[in-house]
Ligand binder design. Structure first.
Ligand SMILES: [Ca+2]
Ligand SMILES: [Ca+2]
Length: 171
């Protein structure tokens, strides 16, 4: 191999090795995914449920609500794609208004749940906020108000990014 061939080889290697602008952009957007016309954004910051709920509204959406088996499977996959920080997430599901009466923050009908064995147990007498994580396989548990976790924001319309804020519970 002469000198010119070596230079060409190096140039060819660089073309292959350097990611294109597109793939870099995709990596930058790895915290955002779409499913069934909704947009989901993973926020790795560890915050209390009430703060996550507030931040979600500020982002034009709401804390993720899971209302079908398909959406549950999507969320499990999305969390896995986030590496270690995706080990858990808050859900927009709580019974803080009336103990034992679990409600979605969107007031959607409760037609799907995926509680872990023996959950929700209202542990310590005051677990009112659902999360995924403890069981490591997508099962839900109720957690304390003071727990700090990452969360997923769901926007109901991918194109406009506008959530159904008028339907949200007031707190
Ligand atoms: Ca409770
Ligand atoms: Ca619990």
């Amino acid at each position: 191999m002469n000198k010119n061939q070596v230079v060409l080889s190096i140039a060819a290697f660089c073309l292959i090795a350097v990611p294109s602008a597109n793939s870099q952009q995709d990596q930058g957007n790895s915290r955002v995914r779409s499913f069934n016309g909704h947009k989901y954004t993973f926020v790795p910051d560890q915050v209390r449920w009430r703060d996550a709920n507030k931040q979600s509204a500020e982002m034009g959406g709401h804390l993720v609500t899971i209302t079908s088996k398909g959406e549950q499977a999507f969320i499990e996959e999305f969390l896995k794609s986030q590496g270690d920080s995706g080990n858990c997430t808050w859900l927009g599901f709580s019974d803080d208004e009336k103990e034992g009466q679990w409600e979605w923050v969107t007031c959607e009908e409760v037609k799907f749940t995926n509680w872990g064995p023996g959950q929700p147990d209202n542990g310590y007498g005051c677990q009112n906020y659902a999360w995924i994580g403890w069981y490591g396989n997508g099962l839900w548990d109720d957690n304390l108000e003071g727990a700090k976790l990452p969360f997923i924001v769901e926007n109901d319309y991918v194109s406009s990014g506008v959530g159904r804020r008028s339907n949200l519970r007031s707190k």
